[in-house]
Design a protein around this ligand. Structure first.
Ligand code: ARG
Length: 594
């Protein structure tokens, strides 16, 4: 048969499924287990179905008992010739080892080189909303929001690459009772705020001041509550004060997004005020709200399990839960999303479970909708304690990024890059390294785990770090440059010269590259990004092994080029294309010179 090149694993599964079906037509839903081999001795992929099959068969009480090896032989006899596979072989207890064909590898790499980019594997397209970053107004955007920003952006990049219709939403906390005290304080402190812009750049201090008054002054507290009511009624002067406060925060957030190259549409909790009113009415009508000490709460599909959402507070106000119920309805019904992704710290996982359950109960989410809470662990300092400044304050994101820039420059100077690069090149390299290493260190770890933030670690130039990988890519790219061959010339040569996959190290590198579609498809399923980072490292290691053993450009003693191996340059270029694609999915920005 011919190969659909997108997923080797899926293709092999289909092939084995057929063979097993032909060998054992009586078994419904037979186990089809195909994995990549852990050791090259066992081929490139292996099928491990014979063991569970033999067990199933013996439990049927068949008179002639079949060993797993017998079963494997039986499956082998039914396997069809398949263009992807060089050979199958039975090993050990009954494993079937699969060896890939070099011609197959060549055809896939050739298609990427010809397209000038790694083509995305096929998936069923969805309308996806990725809700990420989502900091709170007037409170500092902290490292937790940084994680959400980095992970959410990378997920959105990957889904966009796969061709999904992605809407990136920033669900900022811009509504709620804290605005009452902020606005009341603003009005007291700057009575002519409507005509003269108040100097509230330092929102943190402003927030603290108003909080103190709120806690100590009964009179003030009362006025703060009145402000909330007026805000929710869209009273003009109050709305203006609210907008002023939001603008200050927004400017801060946007600086961070610009530096990290993050695209996001702001649609905060306030956007849903009207929708909150109508969802409450709807839930009330459907009889889904219950009194609980003056509050109105809603249980999920299973009454009494988890914690109910608080839909209306005892003072009649709305909550975080209300805004999420309103938002989910808007996203599904107005935005027509069929896949909802929320990226927040793992501490909110119960909230999102309840949200999903309530939305199903209310008939908003249907069975075909997919909803994922992408949770992540807390960020720790190098002392393994909660990430804080020395004085115990939360770390300001802008200062963290500044520190990254400073450290990246130090690193480049250590390597004496400041002597070779122009001023602009050095600046570009500095930003690439600083922001790249912050993003990469985050994405490299299983997001469920807590993660230790360490500039020293992330800026190491050995091991699986952004610095190492960014350098690896510039080195690969420089090979063709030394040979004086442009990308276009290389592409033209594709017609005449096969990509060189004869040498063991060449073939090993190619087989790593061929895993790309399966890695991407895996992330489309489980939204874990660390395998993509491990993959980048695997590529650069395989490349170094290849480059060590296989000359691409041969020079004589006086340094003149005597031979250029185009087939190998093609393999190097394919490697660069895959690495580049991975970087762009991870939000890393490689520079030409560094
Ligand atoms: N503002 C929230 C926080 O800082 C995150 C919001 C996440 N999105 C959502 N739809 N609930 O924790």
């Amino acid at each position: 048969g011919t190969a659909d090149t997108s997923s080797i694993k899926d293709n092999l599964c289909a092939v084995f499924h057929k063979a097993i079906g032909a060998a054992y037509p009586d078994i419904v839903d037979p186990p089809v287990i195909v994995t990549t081999s852990s050791n090259p001795k066992f081929g490139d992929y292996q099928c491990n179905s014979a063991m569970p099959l033999a067990q199933q068969l013996s439990s049927f009480g068949k008179s002639t008992k079949q060993t797993p090896r017998d079963v494997a032989k039986e499956i082998m006899s039914k396997l069809k010739v398949f263009s992807v596979v060089e050979k199958y072989e039975i090993a050990g207890a009954g494993f079937i080892n699969v060896y890939l064909k070099r011609e197959f590898g060549q055809s896939v790499l050739r298609s990427w080189l010809w397209a000038g980019q790694v083509l995305p594997p096929y998936v069923k397209k969805k309308r996806v909303i990725v809700d990420f970053s989502s900091p709170n107004i007037a409170k500092e955007m902290h490292v937790g929001h940084l994680r959400s920003t980095i992970i959410g952006d990378s997920i959105a990049r990957l889904l966009e690459y796969l061709g999904h219709d992605v809407l990136r939403l920033n669900h900022v906390g811009d509504w709620g009772t804290q605005f009452g005290m902020l606005i009341a304080h603003l009005r007291d402190k700057f009575p002519n705020y409507l005509t003269h812009a108040p100097p509230i750049q330092d929102l943190q201090t402003f927030y603290k001041e108003s909080k103190t008054r709120f806690d100590e002054d009964k009179e003030f507290k009362k006025r703060a509550y009145e402000c909330v009511v007026k805000l929710q009624a869209f009273e003009p002067d109050i709305t203006k004060a609210w907008k002023m406060i939001c603008d200050v925060s927004r400017q801060e957030f946007e600086k961070v997004y610009a530096r990290l190259d993050i695209k996001l549409i702001e649609r905060g909790e306030s956007f849903y005020q009207r929708h909150m009113e109508s969802i409450v009415a709807e839930l009330e009508l459907k009889n889904m709200l219950e009194e609980d000490n003056g509050r109105k709460v809603m249980w999920g599909e299973k009454h009494g399990s988890g914690i109910p959402l608080t839909i209306v507070k005892s003072d009649g106000g709305f909550t975080y839960d209300t805004s999420d119920m309103a938002a989910i309805k808007h996203r599904v019904e107005q935005e027509r999303a069929d896949w909802l992704i929320y990226v927040t710290d793992a501490g909110q996982s119960l909230h999102f479970q309840m949200l999903e359950s309530c939305a199903k109960r209310a008939g908003i989410l249907k069975s075909f909708h997919r909803m994922d809470h992408v949770g992540f662990g807390v960020v720790l300092g190098e002392d393994k304690k909660k990430f804080k400044t020395r004085s115990g304050d939360t770390v300001k994101l802008s200062e963290l990024l500044d520190e990254g820039l400073k450290r990246a420059l130090q690193k480049l100077k250590e390597k004496e890059r400041d002597k070779v690069l122009s001023k602009d090149q050095l600046k570009a390299a500095q930003e690439s390294v600083a922001y790249g290493c912050i993003k990469y260190a985050d994405l490299l770890h299983n997001r469920n785990h807590e993660y230790v933030f360490s500039f020293d670690k992330m800026l190491e130039d050995k091991g699986n770090t952004a610095v190492y990988l960014l350098y690896a890519l510039t080195r690969i790219r420089s090979i063709a440059r030394t040979a004086n061959i442009t990308k276009d010339e290389l592409r033209q040569r594709l017609h005449e010269i096969p990509i060189s996959l004869e040498h063991e190290k060449e073939w090993k590198l190619a087989k790593v590259l061929l895993k790309f579609p399966d890695i991407i498809l895996g992330i489309n399923e489980d939204l874990y990004l660390h395998p993509l980072c491990e993959f980048c490292y695997e590529i650069s290691c395989a490349f170094m092994e290849f480059y060590d053993k296989c000359y691409c450009v041969e020079k004589n003693q006086s340094g003149e080029i005597v031979k250029v191996n185009i087939g190998r340059l093609l393999l190097a270029e394919a490697t660069a294309l895959v690495l580049e694609k991975c970087f762009s999915l991870l939000g890393l920005k490689p520079v030409a010179q560094m």
